[in-house]
Design a protein around this ligand. Structure first.
Ligand SMILES: Cc1cc2nc3c(=O)[nH]c(=O)nc-3n(C[C@H](O)[C@H](O)[C@H](O)COP(=O)(O)OP(=O)(O)OC[C@H]3O[C@@H](n4cnc5c(N)ncnc54)[C@H](O)[C@@H]3O)c2cc1C
Ligand SMILES: NC(=O)c1ccc[n+]([C@@H]2O[C@H](COP(=O)([O-])OP(=O)(O)OC[C@H]3O[C@@H](n4cnc5c(N)ncnc54)[C@H](O)[C@@H]3O)[C@@H](O)[C@H]2O)c1
Length: 501
């Protein structure tokens, strides 16, 4: 069995129920490795379609998202964002300023986060899967042979399971720990510790300014901590539209985060007073109380038996998420493990597409060859054309489809359309500077359709989905003039973008 990762705060990762021995049967239509949002979504759907489905989980039932990732991070971000917003509205800001001390109740924030994680107790999520008709077994799952899987728990109990139709790998991803000299000799946080901490570090140094690094910088600076954010690249959030990265960087700097760019970390050391010093490639150093390593994630493919079936650890999938090179359409890989679009919602989308394929193949031999055309019920076309994500910094970056740089890299003839949030719906929400934001569309000039969009602003998260619909529907841009956003709302940015065409 693969070694368990240590749990922060003495959280019990291995509740004693649902042992391999407790299974009353060992043959299922569908076997799923991993109970994250992706594995659970798939099993719920195959189970609802009448296929018996078992989920194998090695740690807390529910995966990263509810315990160590999306849920606790967003629970921590929200109070800081609300406080920052109320500081900018006359009539509210006076009250916020008048309450001593003029800051949030940090222990209240942590308690609120703990409520969302159910104190790292997985029973609530487990009960949902059971109520959906899924069987659950706790332990480490490993491919043994075609359609055969072993599951072994921390006490050495084991069972061998057989799948009638499909085995689905939904094992998620692990944090990348870079090979920085000295790193293995100092204590450091990964996203697990950063999302489950119950104190604000006096001075947090964050290596990596991707979504994890920037969101955690917002959290800990928002609650009064000193934060240094180190980015190896020339700006933070590489891969976003440059203007989006710039706006978030300015906001972090306004919140007193020390943002250092082109500052790849080349050495780390622990000092006698337990502080940590990092040395950057530009020769600068920084010393702080706590170190967070947020340098990306890698698919969790080790120890799951891929080598027994001669599958490379860098596994690839086809259009309905079957692992390439495996005959017989029985092995699928979905969610973070395939590295396509590592977010909860895109993984859950892959789960729905895969469940459609498994059910169709199980129910009709005529359906063994499935419609693989773009946008069919069996094709994960959105992974190619309409991946959406939100970075929940303040301001948010909400993005879908291609950035300008990516569209050009793909050889698409595009033009950028940009607009700022300078219209009544934006400023009526509060006051002049409250809604500082920027948006762009990436327009395919030959097809006259949208291929990408970015919205940067306070609570901009919910603006992006209308653009996702336009991209997926391949809606002619000219038709958008008839999509009228209500007044006064922030979605009037769509009228501004249309006007800028
Ligand atoms: C700090 C942070 C914040 C994030 N915020 C967001 C966000 O706001 N929105 C968003 O969409 N995404 C967010 N993400 C990404 C999101 O968490 C992942 O994309 C999502 O959890 C992937 O789901 P999954 O089911 O593929 O994998 P996971 O959630 O990792 O679940 C995989 C499960 O499989 C289990 N497992 C692994 N191997 C085995 C095995 N051999 N046998 C049995 N069980 C096994 C693991 O224990 C785990 O429970 C965030 C990530 C981080 C790190
Ligand atoms: N809101 C969300 O949806 C959300 C939030 C957090 C995380 N996530 C998911 O989690 C995944 C991982 O996020 P992440 O931020 O850890 O990874 P990332 O790969 O997006 O960013 C890591 C950054 O660290 C930098 N880096 C690497 N080595 C470095 C070094 N030695 N010194 C300084 N910088 C260094 C890289 O250049 C990169 O920019 C993302 O792909 C995303 O899908 C999503």
């Amino acid at each position: 069995m693969s070694p368990s990762k240590p749990a922060p705060r003495n959280i019990n990762l291995h509740p004693p129920n649902h042992t391999p021995k407790s299974l009353t049967e060992t043959t299922f239509d569908v076997i799923v490795l991993g109970s994250g949002p992706v594995g659970r979504t798939l099993a719920a759907q195959t189970s609802a379609s009448g296929l018996s489905s078992i989920i194998i989980e090695a740690e807390l039932y529910g995966g990263d998202c509810p315990f160590w990732a999306c849920v606790p991070s967003k629970a921590l971000l929200r109070p800081a964002e609300t406080l920052s917003a109320s500081r900018q509205i006359s009539g509210a800001k006076e009250l916020v300023a008048s309450v001593p001390p003029a800051t949030v109740d940090v222990q209240g924030v942590f308690a609120r986060r703990d409520a969302f994680t159910h104190g790292w107790d997985d029973q609530v999520i487990l009960d949902i899967s059971l109520s959906q008709g899924c069987t659950v077994v706790r332990g480490w799952g490993e491919l043994l042979d075609e359609r055969k899987v072993t599951v072994k728990n921390v006490n050495g109990e084991e069972a061998v399971l057989t799948a009638n139709h499909a085995v689905v790998l939904a094992t998620g991803s692990d944090p990348i720990l870079p090979d920085i000299p000295g790193l293995k000799d100092v204590p450091f946080w990964t996203p697990r510790e950063a999302t489950s901490a119950d104190q604000v570090p006096q001075h947090l140094i964050i290596i990596g300014a991707g979504p994890v690094g920037t969101e955690m910088a917002s959290v800990y600076a928002g609650y009064g901590g000193r934060v240094t954010l180190l980015s190896a690249s020339a700006d933070i959030l590489p891969g976003q539209e440059p203007q989006a990265s710039r706006l978030v960087r300015e906001a972090l700097e306004d919140a007193k985060v020390d943002v250092r760019v082109s500052a790849g970390v080349i050495k780390v050391q622990k000092n006698t007073d337990d502080s940590v010093t990092v040395v950057c490639s530009d020769g600068s150093t920084v010393t702080g109380s706590t170190l967070l390593v947020a340098t990306g994630r890698t698919p969790r493919t080790k120890g799951i038996g891929l080598e027994r079936l001669k599958i490379s650890p860098n596994l690839e999938v086809n259009g309905n998420l079957v692992v390439t090179g495996v005959e017989g359409n029985w092995l699928y890989a979905i969610g973070d493990i395939n590295g396509l679009s590592p977010t909860t919602h895109m993984g859950a989308y892959q789960a729905r597409i895969t469940a459609n394929a498994i059910v169709a193949r199980a129910k009709s031999s005529a359906a063994k060859v499935l419609d693989a055309s773009p946008w069919s019920a069996f094709s994960n076309t959105a992974d190619e054309k309409a991946v959406s994500h939100v970075i929940f910094t303040d301001p948010n970056i909400a993005q879908v489809g291609l950035t300008m740089a990516e569209a050009k890299r793909r050889g698409i003839k595009v033009k950028a359309v940009e607009a700022e949030f300078q219209f009544p719906g934006a400023w009526l929400h509060a006051e002049s500077n409250y809604y500082k934001g920027w948006a762009n569309w990436v327009v395919d000039v030959e097809k006259n359709t949208l291929v990408g969009a970015t919205f940067v602003g306070r609570e901009a998260a919910d603006l992006v989905h209308a653009s996702t619909v336009a991209i997926v529907g391949e809606l002619p841009i000219d038709r958008l003039r008839h999509a009228v956003p209500p007044f006064p709302t922030v979605s009037e940015i769509y009228t501004a973008l249309f006007a800028a065409l």
